[in-house]
Design a protein around this ligand. Structure first.
Ligand code: ADP
Ligand code: MG
Length: 234
């Protein structure tokens, strides 16, 4: 599903250059649930943004579902991003003046899906995240955990090949974080490929594989015995 080879990325600041990714090699199969772990500033978001086609690498290869991601026009990149990728962020990134249903439906609107179909699909995914009864509420009327569920429904509604989550529990208390990870596990159980960036050890262990980033390289990459949330909470 994802194949990256010898990926490099630097940030230029005036005459200084910060080499953040120094030759990353990573391949992710269909259906995996992978945590990208590392301390703050280790380049996790930089890597995820490149995987998410929100940013470009300086060099190296990136192949997503058989498609080489290189030298794409803005339009083509946007097309692939909408078709292949779903994003979940720490800060939810919901639109405040739109209700839950409208937030979930928005990417479908950009895909030019007819209104009725958009509504049906959005409601189906809101139901999957346990928020069917909250469809007509604004984000301001929802708790942090509920907002993140809306964001997850929005990411899934477009039926992407890969879900990318950057510190998705970073703004939540630990009980709510675990509930969100339980949902992530269920979504992965259905066969969806998910990458979770986190600096939290307990969150990483709820995935099936942990990739450790340090000083711009992968220090360790191992399959783990997944901690199921339901057993963890009880
Ligand atoms: P993480 O997500 O692991 O905390 P980031 O990928 O956000 O790390 O950042 C890695 C390093 O790159 C940090 O030192 C950060 O300050 C720097 N950095 C990130 N984005 C930019 C940018 N747009 N311009 C300059 N430096 C950046
Ligand atoms: Mg980050």
């Amino acid at each position: 599903m994802i194949e990256i080879k010898d990926l490099h990325k630097s940030y230029q600041m005036g005459s200084n250059s910060l080499h953040v990714l120094k030759g990353i090699n990573l391949s992710v199969e269909d259906g995996e649930l992978v945590a990208i772990m590392g301390s703050s500033g280790s380049g996790k978001s930089t890597l995820l943004n490149i995987l998410g086609m929100l940013d470009n690498a300086d060099s190296g290869e990136y192949i997503l579902d058989g498609v080489p991601i290189k030298n794409l026009s803005e339009t083509k990149a946007a097309q692939y991003r909408n078709k292949f990728l779903g994003f979940i962020f720490q800060s939810f990134n919901l639109i405040n003046y739109k209700n839950a249903l409208e937030n979930v439906a928005l990417p479908l609107y950009y895909q030019r899906m007819p209104r009725k179909q958009r509504q049906e699909k959005s409601l189906k995914y809101l139901e999957q995240v346990g928020l069917k009864d909250w469809a007509h509420h604004l984000p301001s009327e929802l708790s942090g955990g509920q907002k993140q569920r809306v964001a997850i429904a929005r990411a899934m509604a477009a039926e992407p090949k890969v879900l990318l989550a950057d510190e998705l529990t970073g703004a939540l208390d630990s009980v709510t974080s675990y509930e969100i990870m339980e949902l992530i596990q269920k979504i992965n159980d259905q066969g969806n490929t998910i990458l979770v960036v986190t600096h939290e050890d307990d969150i990483a262990h709820m995935c099936k594989r942990i990739v450790y980033l340090k000083d711009g390289v992968i220090e360790k990459d191992e399959k783990i015995e997944q901690v199921r949330v339901e057993s963890h909470v009880q």
